[in-house]
Design a protein around this ligand. Sequence first.
Ligand code: SAM
Ligand code: FES
Length: 352
Amino acid sequence: MSSPLFDQKELADKLINEHKLSLREYAFLIENRTQESSETLREAAVKVRRQIYGDEVYLRGLIEISSYCKNDCLYCGIRKSNRAAERYRLSEEEILSCCREGYALGYRTFVLQGGEDLWFTDERLIPLIEEIKKEFPDCAVTLSLGERSKASYEALFSAGADRYLLRHETADKAHYERLHPSSMSFENRMRCLEELKEIGYQVGCGFMVGSPYQTTETLAEDLKFVETFKPDMCGIGPFVPHRNTPFKDFPQGTAELCCFLLSVLRLISPSLLLPSTTALGTIDPNGREKGILAGANVVMPNLSPTEVRKKYELYDNKICTGEESAQCRDCLERRIRSIGYRVVTSRGDVKK
Ligand code: SAM
Ligand code: FES
């Protein structure tokens, strides 16, 4: 029998102390994880998370502003080729009314997320962002509206947007090309992330866990990317198939691997803003609690009007589509409290 390449315990110690590993070491850490090594990393992740963020969990109010999308990502339920998808777009007044409701519920960050909808030009987004910042000067505005030009990112930043979430989806170009049509490019995705950072946004990247054709090696590249790009946020959640997409027959990701990677990400970047995602709560009824217990420190309850929630269906069986915003807020607060943490009313900026 050949002797193992690395020792799990030594790798865990190295990650805990140096916050980085080589690609081969990341791959080995993932491939050969055991219950014991996962637990070691989880405990270390929780310890550093507590040193920096204490028992605080940051809240973001997620407003899903449009289900129109010009893109055709093979995994996504609102891809343009899904003729069965119901399309909607919120008006400026509807978005502002979600913010008002959110503010009263204690949210101090609003995340405007949507498909790449050409209707949302800079001319429409700028006054909207300015209005939100005027009415709620103590709140952060996060955008998650996909790939745009540098000039557009600059204009939206000047209008007052504070943060931008754009998952890189995978740091492996060949893998990226298997998840997206040829009209989309890995280089453009990476260009956008670099430019967002240059402009001064707090930037979030991220990837799905268990996406089709993902391997231990592509995951190692994702970790290396986070280690070197140094984002402020990183959103990871399991891939969940959607019945009307080319990936409908692929298996969903697991909560176990997702939580393992949350711990590893916390150790790579101790101050990272790491959400425990709705997708994780979808595949496991206690997924969001498990994510926090693995080192995540952010939750993003849904603030979209209840009538449109089912239409923003990125994957099958998405949770929280029937609830009112206040119900989601209270539900999450209860869940977080039950595991010994507490949600806080603050902008929840990254601690540098
Ligand atoms: N259009 C923007 C963009 O591309 O960044 C934001 C919206 S997009 C729907 C938000 C994220 O949803 C994507 O970055 C992707 O990782 C995730 N997503 C899409 N389909 C998914 C699926 N089937 N399972 C899990 N996550 C999915
Ligand atoms: Fe929406 Fe629990 S978070 S109902």
